[in-house]
Design a protein around this ligand. Structure first.
Ligand code: B3K
Ligand code: ZN
Length: 873
């Protein structure tokens, strides 16, 4: 397969000023007529991308071209044209109902009831018409849709409406004009039977905008929360970044058939229903937050992505990292900032750190790819967001806003690069941010080592920071990157000390940021009376792994006393890591395990911590994160050690206090969505799981009762999972009940499949195989595949990594079947093999045989082949 390299970038030889598209829509066959106004930029033939198109007609400046006048091969249409401008007209036919890859124009739902929609990012537009399908070709679009009115009553495209009417024969038409030049990946149309909810919105700069959320009739009553979230997002972007919406209408559409979360098409966002629909009976609290975040994310793209887009796909994080950062800041403002940070850092560690440590590692700005769809990763999104967060921290709130204003002003209507972004932020602040470029070009998670030396005679504390980034796939040598370390020093009573660095004349705040910009640097703090406890990387000020030889008691001080919720959690996570080591080594009376359980038991009894934070504090790093603490990775042993530490915690707190607190929370149960109610539900769930480890019968009984009485999905699903995990025989009845109760509710059934796929242990494979036989299971629906196969392969370490390799072989078989339908989904699931090399020898051999066997095949998609080739290396 051919490799695309960043170093080979060249501007387009021909650009497109205007595009006029006319669709004659049909489920089996759609005709697309395109008229492009092209302008020459270089002395080269015109090359247009086009894949899976039946070419019906081709003309240049009104003259039809015969067969010898163009070359059509390997997805490229090449035409030699004289002159500097031309009008190219094509007519093609495409087949939406046969499109199972869900890229380009496809059918969502059934042939008789479903609707048509498009997905173009990254390279889907070439499946619709011939076009220079690259993000640096920005054009003005006019789109006309024609279709049978009864079958397609609703016709939508991006841009402002520009007329509609009847055609006779029961057909109708609608036209849309988008005044903003955009790349082809932001093009979208939707057609079918859809209902809507609407809201009239006025932007801060006075534009009246009609907001419409569209969904099929059976779920339209679940769109209200998305509309509220959209309004909050629009107001927040006006307030926080001075960004207003820029069209007269804004459409959002929900579909059950979508390859990823959602898509920011200009004026016509399209959402996986999972991230748009919400109601208390079928959605959990987490899902409500996800809806709010994803609605915001796609809306924020209107500026960070659409008005300023990417020059090429290597710059993907320019829009994704930035937009994730904007979305995270929004969610922090709408909810609790410390809890949001905890959620984001936990995700980074669970998803991005392992990616960065395995064969699929790549820089936030990759330097090459063979299939761009495989680079919509945790690294580009989540680590990319952390890089923007570091820049924002460096510039401060006002400086960052000034920088963003300049970035938007300078590059509005352009396709930009990461360099452009850093330059604009820097120029607005007279700062040179170019050292941060190293972060974008280098894969791997830096290790930050901290070593403190207290000098009683000099009343000084010397903190030496060092960095080193381990070699990653294809990138053996690493350079130092700027690492901002936000820190405080605490005395042993838990009080934060005023900080004065050597050479400064006055002490400043108790918290400050130092930057390690080379391999090593020592920071000397003055006027320190006793050896302090350093609190480092506060707020997780850089995406690194901290290695610091803390004594358990020191971390316990931070866990007990730090006033900042995030830092307290972080100290708890580090202490839990040491406690895990004790359990792993069979050290049941280890000092870390004791310090961790004692500190948490005291916080639990003391009652000073709010419910949501307490629930987080009672949750140690998950099995996937703990993998890093093993030389030989055996998921079975990791689980046993982690369960042992949780049992020690539950014992220390005591069964009676756990029951008591649970009962108090149960009595207060409601379905309300406010933060305290959500926090109660979350804590209740933690307590039930802890109770199950010391009083299985009591926990099962309570969980069954909770299942029966739950006022909403959060309590219902949590109870079901607890019963299924700790008292599986008594779970059969409620599991069957849930299945019946939610028959026909796709999103609820997805959770039902996923919950069972994640039940630990070697029996999981048989359970998953049985679930494949459920009439609601299908390999054709990405959400269903993710919920059963994805959850099993990625989130059930003990189930997937069976020592006999049976689950590996089973998954390989399914991957081949999925790949024939939908390469993007197959490639994503295949990333579950990312960590196989570091498994213990027996599992490693089994995984190796399967990965090598798959990688040797020549009949797989480019998407899946690319993942396998890299994983197998
Ligand atoms: N930009 C889209 C992702 C497109 C994925 C293409 N394979 C959603 C988002 O990040 O907002
Ligand atoms: Zn995005």
């Amino acid at each position: 397969t051919s490799v695309i390299r960043l170093a080979d970038y060249r501007p387009p030889a021909w650009t497109v000023e205007r595009v006029d598209l006319a669709f004659d829509l049909g489920i089996d066959r759609t005709e697309v007529a395109a008229t492009l106004e092209l302008v020459r930029q270089a002395d080269e033939p015109m090359r247009l991308n086009g894949e899976g198109l039946e070419l019906l007609e081709l003309s240049v400046d009104g003259r039809r071209l015969g067969e010898g006048e163009y070359i059509l091969a390997n997805g490229v249409l090449e035409i030699a044209v004289d002159g500097d401008r031309c009008t190219l007209a094509t007519r093609v036919a495409i087949r939406p109902a046969e499109n199972t890859a869900l890229e380009g124009l496809y059918l969502s739902g059934s042939r008789d009831k479903g609707f048509l929609l498009t997905q173009c990012e990254a390279e889907g537009f070439r499946h619709i018409t011939f076009f220079p399908d690259r993000p640096d070709v920005l054009s003005r679009y006019t789109v006309t849709l024609r279709a049978d009115r009864a079958r397609f009553p609703v016709l939508l495209a991006g841009g402002n409406p520009d007329g509609a009417g009847e055609l006779g024969d029961g057909r109708h038409w609608a036209r849309f004009v988008d005044p903003h030049p955009k790349p082809s990946y932001l093009f979208a149309v939707v057609a079918g039977r859809l209902e809507r909810i609407s809201h009239d919105y006025t932007t801060a700069d006075g534009r009246a905008v009609a907001l419409h959320i569209w969904a099929e009739a059976d779920v339209i009553d679940r769109c209200g929360y998305a509309m509220d979230s959209l309004i909050r997002s629009m107001q927040w972007d006006e307030r926080t970044y001075g960004r207003n919406y820029d069209l007269d209408v804004f459409h959002v559409v929900a579909t059950h058939d979508f390859n990823m979360g959602a898509m920011e098409n200009k004026g016509l966002n399209i959402f996986n229903a999972k991230y748009l629909l919400a109601d208390p009976d079928s959605s959990t609290d987490d899902e409500y937050r996800h809806v709010e975040a994803v609605v915001a994310h796609e809306y924020f793209h209107n500026w960070s992505g659409n008005r300023v887009t990417c020059r090429d796909w290597f710059q993907l994080s320019l829009k994704e990292g930035l937009t994730v950062f904007r979305e995270q800041s929004f969610s922090a403002d709408m909810n609790s900032a410390p809890l949001k940070r905890i959620e984001d850092v936990a995700l980074l560690r669970r998803a991005q750190f392992p990616e960065d440590a395995g064969p699929l590692s790549h820089p936030v700005r990759p330097s090459q790819y063979s299939e761009i769809n495989n680079f919509y990763t945790a690294t580009v999104y989540e680590k990319g967001s952390e890089l923007v967060r570091m820049l924002a921290g460096h510039l401060g709130r006002d400086g960052f806003r000034k920088g963003m204003d300049l970035y938007f002003a300078r590059h509005d209507g352009q396709a930009a690069t990461i360099e452009d972004f850093l330059k604009a932020l820097g120029d607005a602040n007279d700062a040179d941010l170019s050292p941060y470029l190293a972060w974008y070009g280098q894969a791997g998670t830096p290790r930050l080592t901290a070593e403190g030396r207290f000098d009683a005679a000099q009343r000084r504390y010397r903190l030496t920071l060092r960095q080193r980034t381990p070699a990653t796939a294809g990138q053996p040598a690493k350079q130092a990157v700027p690492i901002p370390v936000r820190l405080s020093l605490f005395d042993h009573s838990g009080a934060a000390l005023p900080l004065r660095l050597e050479g400064e004349d006055r002490a400043g705040d108790t918290e400050r940021t130092v930057v390690l910009d080379g391999a090593e640097h020592a920071f000397v703090f003055e006027d320190i009376d006793a050896a302090p406890v350093p609190s480092l990387l506060r707020g997780f000020s850089a995406p690194v792994i901290l290695e610091c030889d803390y004594l358990p008691g020191e971390l316990a001080i931070l866990l007990r006393h730090d006033p900042d919720g995030f830092n307290r959690w972080e100290a708890g996570q580090q202490l839990a890591g040491l406690a895990y080591d004790d359990c792993r080594d069979g050290n049941v009376d280890g000092s870390a395990l004791r310090a961790w359980t004692r500190a948490l038991a005291d916080l639990f009894a003391g009652g000073g911590v709010d419910d949501a934070l307490l629930a987080e504090l009672l949750t140690p790093p998950g099995e996937i994160e703990l993998v890093e603490r093993q030389a030989e990775r055996d998921p079975e042993r990791i689980r046993i050690a982690r369960q042992a530490m949780l049992r020690a915690l539950a014992r220390r707190i005591g069964a009676e206090p756990l029951r008591e607190r649970y009962e108090q929370l149960r009595a207060a149960t409601s379905a309300a969505l406010d933060a305290p109610s959500q926090a109660q539900r979350q804590l209740k769930r933690r307590l039930l799981d802890l109770l199950a480890l010391v009083d299985p019968a009591g926990a099962a009984e309570r969980a069954l009762a909770q299942y029966g009485q739950a006022p909403g999905m959060t309590d219902r699903l949590a109870a079901l999972a607890t019963v299924a995990t700790y008292a599986s025989p008594s779970a059969e009845e409620p599991i069957a009940h849930f299945r019946r109760r939610y028959d026909g509710n796709a999103l609820a059934l997805d959770k039902w499949f996923a919950m069972q796929a994640m039940l630990p242990g070697a029996e999981a494979l048989a359970r998953v195989q049985a679930l494949e036989g459920d009439p609601a299971f299908t390999l054709k629906n990405p959400n269903r595949v993710q919920s059963l196969l994805g959850s099993f392969a990625r989130a059930n370490p003990t189930g997937f990594h069976r020592a006999d390799g049976a689950a590996y072989r089973w998954l390989a078989d399914r991957l081949v079947a999925i790949d024939a339908l939908n390469p993007q989904v197959a490639a994503r699931i295949a990333t579950a093999f990312n960590g196989w090399k570091r498994l213990e020898p027996v599992r490693r051999e089994a995984a190796h045989a399967v990965v090598a066997g798959l990688a040797a095949r020549t009949d797989l998609s480019r998407d899946l082949t690319d993942i396998l080739a890299r994983v197998a290396l």
